[in-house]
Ligand binder design. Structure first.
Ligand code: F6P
Length: 324
C-alpha cells in the first residue's frame, strides 16, 4: 500500500525544480500521504540523507532557482552495489515509491532501480536542455531560454557599437533546442546546432550578407557540443577566412541554469508535481509526467529516455529566413 513517497532532484539543477518539489510535497500531504525529501539525488538515497517534509518545509520556495534539496551526479548509483544500498535506505525509511526530478540520466537510473527492486518510480522532467521525448517542455527550459535571450540583447549593444562578430556558446548537452530558439528570440544571424550543422560557408554567408547590407555586427549562437572546441573554434574559422572581422567569444556557461523560474516554469512544475502524486495513487509506475498540447500525459520512462526528440523544422526554417 502507498503510504510514503520519496522525492529527489538529480543531475543538473534547473529553475522550477523547487516548485516541483513543493507541488509533490503538498499534493502528497493533501492526499493523506507522508513525504520524505531525499537530499543530493541518488547520492542521498545511498547515504540515507532523508528528511520528512511538512507543508512548511516547502514554503517560500516557488520563486527560487536551484533546488533546496540539492542535486548531484552520482556514479555510485550506476553500480549494483550502490543501488542495493539505495534500496536499503528505502526499506529503512519505509519509502514505498519515488518521484525523481531530473533529466535522462536521472530517469535511466530510476528506471533500472525500479526494475531491479520493483519500486514504483515516477519521473518529472527537470532540465534546461528540453531534450526529453514525450513532453513539449521540461521544467527550467523556459527560464533558461529567457536568460539567454536577455544576454543576447545585452551583447547586441556592444556588438553593434564595436561592429563585431560575437560567437555565443549555449548549453544543451546533445540538443539544440535552447540554441535554436534563443537565436530566433534574440534575432541572431546564425545558429549552429548538432541536429542541423550548417557548413561554415553558410555562417560566413549569413554574416557576409548582413555586411553587404551595411550591418557590420553579428551574433552567432553555437551549441556547446555542435563542434569540437565550441564557440572558440567557430571564431577561429571565421577569422581565418575573414581576418578583417573582429570576433569575440562569450561562453554563457552555468549562468543559464540560475535565476528565478518564469511563470511558465512554475506552472509547469506545479502541474507536473501534482500529476506525479496522482499517478502513484492511480497505481502508475515507471512513467514520466509530460505535457503535450497543454495536457498532462504519462509516458513510459523507456520512451522518454530512448526516443529522440527532434527540433521543429519550421523553427529551423524561421531562423534561416529571418536571419538574412
Ligand atoms: O543538462 C544540463 C546541463 O546544464 C547541460 O546543458 C550541460 O551540458 C551540463 O548540464 C553541464 O553539466 P555540469 O553542471 O555537471 O558541468
Amino acid at each position: 500500500m502507498l503510504k510514503t513517497i520519496g522525492v529527489l532532484t538529480s543531475g543538473g539543477d534547473a529553475p522550477g525544480m523547487n516548485a516541483a518539489v513543493r507541488a509533490v510535497v503538498r499534493a502528497a500531504i493533501s492526499q493523506g500521504l507522508d513525504v520524505k525529501a531525499i537530499y543530493r539525488g541518488y547520492k542521498g538515497l545511498i547515504d540515507g540523507e532523508v528528511k520528512t517534509f511538512t507543508s512548511q518545509d516547502v514554503s517560500g520556495i516557488i520563486q527560487r532557482g536551484g533546488t533546496i534539496i540539492k542535486s548531484a551526479r552520482c556514479m555510485e548509483f550506476k553500480t549494483p552495489e550502490g543501488r542495493k544500498q539505495a534500496y536499503d535506505t528505502l526499506l529503512r525509511e519505509h519509502i514505498d515509491a519515488l518521484v525523481v526530478i531530473g533529466g535522462d540520466g536521472t530517469f535511466t537510473g530510476g528506471r533500472l532501480f525500479a526494475q531491479e527492486y520493483d519500486v514504483p518510480v515516477i519521473g518529472i522532467p527537470g532540465t534546461i536542455d528540453n531534450d526529453l521525448w514525450g513532453t513539449d517542455a521540461t521544467i527550467g527550459y523556459d527560464t533558461a531560454l529567457n536568460t539567454i535571450m536577455e544576454c543576447i540583447d545585452k551583447l547586441r549593444d556592444t556588438a553593434t557599437s564595436h561592429e563585431r562578430v560575437f560567437l555565443v556558446e549555449v548549453m544543451g548537452r546533445d540538443a539544440g533546442f535552447l540554441t535554436l530558439n534563443a537565436a530566433i528570440a534574440g534575432g541572431c544571424e546564425a545558429a549552429i546546432i548538432p541536429e542541423r550543422k550548417p557548413i561554415v560557408e553558410q555562417i560566413e554567408e549569413a554574416i557576409g550578407s548582413g555586411r553587404r547590407k551595411s550591418k557590420n555586427s553579428s551574433i552567432v549562437l553555437v551549441q556547446e557540443h555542435a563542434i569540437e572546441g565550441g564557440a572558440a573554434t567557430v571564431a577561429q574559422m571565421i577569422e581565418k577566412v575573414h581576418p578583417e572581422y573582429s570576433t569575440r567569444v562569450t561562453v554563457l556557461g552555468h549562468l543559464q541554469r540560475g535565476g528565478s523560474p518564469t511563470a511558465n516554469d512554475r506552472i509547469l512544475a506545479s502541474r507536473m508535481g501534482v500529476a506525479a502524486v496522482q499517478a502513484l495513487i492511480d497505481g502508475q509506475r515507471n512513467v514520466m509526467v509530460g505535457i503535450q498540447n497543454d495536457d498532462i500525459v504519462l509516458v513510459p520512462l523507456s520512451k522518454a529516455i530512448h526516443q529522440k526528440k527532434d527540433i521543429k523544422e519550421d523553427s529551423w526554417q524561421a531562423m534561416m529566413v529571418l536571419s538574412i
